[in-house]
Design a protein around this ligand. Structure first.
Ligand code: UDX
Length: 438
């Protein structure tokens, strides 16, 4: 099939290259000329394992092209909308400007029989509105909503090997749209991956409900961590023990600094805002608490740093290992690690941040912080070391050798990712959220 992908950010670029891998010819369209130049040259504009190789390979095959000119989408029969839906400034709701612009830009190239497929995360009701516009302005064109569930760091794998496919299809001609999407995802469909074919509203809600559930799970265990701190219990063992119950499951029960990134925080907020518009805000008031618990962890981390620095951060040298919102990513959007680093600095600490992939992005957003290229450099003569993103490099640090570079052997494990035993045996004061001091 000839397919266009409008929006070549994180989601769109990975989706476009993955569609080539599935056997299609794809044109990626974006308004950002610099991004397009990078992609055209086979250069990944962000860090994502497996993506660079997939991109180079797809571009070299001649079946993946990139352009800023929407006219190139004219001979495509399926058009994916993969643009961002950031949080609006000063409010919780999602900003749908880019989705609207993408849909309008497609109007000039659509032919009867084409299918427009939304993948962006949108407030429930958006697809119905777009479908009405498309059927009025481009008769014979159908719209589908097909949310994605990719995780950063696993984006290629999640796209090519999803655990489910969700198709939101129109009431009329739903079967035709389903067939088209089955053709797009033929190799995945052939593997018998579960598929849910439903209406627009359900498809839109699947995504926000899934992200809300994940955020709730993380905040649940972080609330337990607060209680553990109050009682001397151990949140890691608690998570292991409740996680053995397969109705609960151990995944997403890692207590620590909480969730950040470009999805979970903004999606739960947009969901609350939309529920309010629909007169169903009470149904989601618990998400406000989920958000609160999450933000409190950052404050607690700063307090803990102050505690281990003998009650004052003024002039203390603090090393922050990790700036990305999670490992295997250079994404710093709403990064808990950078948020803590900035708070420490504002409270008088001398902060040096390091990260295997996110320093460049961090420097752009937080130029006032000091950056180092390695954990050792960041930790030189440090009074405390904070591990705030659990990159494997940091999990693998040798506490004995690392102890040689710091001024004070104090480590704060913000992600419960280090071996308490190994670090305490090497003479470090080990502190973690939700666990007793040792
Ligand atoms: C998330 C969803 O997982 C994905 O399905 C959706 O498509 C987009 O949003 P992503 O933002 O890439 O993906 O990251 P995810 O792996 O979900 O982690 C989100 C945040 O939660 C990270 O900051 C991570 O450190 C944190 N987290 C995750 C925890 O604090 N504890 C956990 O147990 C798991």
């Amino acid at each position: 099939m000839r397919i266009s992908v409008v929006g070549c950010g994180y989601l769109g670029a990975v989706h476009a290259a993955s569609l080539v891998e599935l056997g299609h010819e794809v044109v990626g369209v974006d308004v950002d000329a610099r991004k397009i130049a990078d992609l055209r040259a086979g250069r990944a504009p962000f860090y994502e394992p497996e993506f660079a190789e997939l991109l180079t390979h797809s571009v070299a095959s001649g079946r993946l092209t990139f352009t800023t000119d929407i006219a190139a989408a004219r001979d495509c029969t399926v058009h994916f909308i993969c643009v961002g839906t950031p949080q609006k400034h000063g409010e919780y709701a999602a900003d749908l400007r880019f989705v609207q612009d993408a849909a309008e830009s497609l109007l000039g190239v659509l032919e009867p029989g084409d299918v427009v497929v939304g993948k962006s995360t949108v407030p429930v009701g958006t697809a119905a509105g777009l479908a009405a516009m498309v059927s009025e302005k481009a008769p014979g064109v159908r719209l589908a909503w097909n949310p994605e569930f990719l995780r950063e760091g696993f984006a290629v794998r999640d796209t090519l090997h999803p655990d489910r496919l969700v198709y939101g299809v129109p009431d009329a001609d739903g079967g035709v749209v389903e067939e088209t999407l089955d053709e797009v995802y033929a190799p995945i469909v052939a593997r018998g991956i579960p598929k849910v074919v439903t209406d627009y509203a359900t498809a839109e809600m699947v995504k926000t409900a899934a992200n809300s559930f994940l955020a709730t799970k993380i905040s649940f265990i972080n609330a337990m961590a607060e209680l553990c701190e109050a009682t001397g219990a151990d949140v890691k063992q608690l998570a292991d023990a409740i996680g053995y119950d397969d109705r609960i499951g151990r995944k997403f029960l890692n207590a620590g600094l909480g969730f950040g990134g470009g999805c979970l925080p903004k999606d739960i907020r947009a969901f609350m805002a939309r529920a309010g518009e629909l007169g169903a805000d009470q149904a989601l008031t618990f998400l406000r608490e989920v958000d609160n618990i999450n933000m409190r962890r950052r404050i607690r981390m700063v307090e803990l740093a102050r505690e281990v620095c003998d009650g004052s951060l003024l002039g203390k040298r603090v090393a922050v290992l990790g700036a990305a919102f999670k490992p295997d990513s250079d994404d710093i959007r709403d990064s808990p690690a950078l948020n803590v680093a900035a708070q420490l600095q504002l409270q008088g600490a001398v902060v040096r941040v390091t990260d295997p992939a996110a320093i460049e992005n961090s420097r752009r957003q937080w130029p006032q912080l000091d950056y180092a290229d390695s954990a050792e450099e960041a930790a030189e003569r440090a009074d405390a070391v904070l591990v705030l993103t659990e990159w494997k490099q940091y999990r693998a640090l040798d506490p004995v050798a690392f102890g040689q570079v710091v001024a004070q052997k104090r480590v704060l494990d913000g992600r419960n990712a280090l071996s308490r035993k190994a670090w305490t045996e090497a003479g470090w004061t080990y502190r973690a959220l939700g666990r007793r001091a040792s």
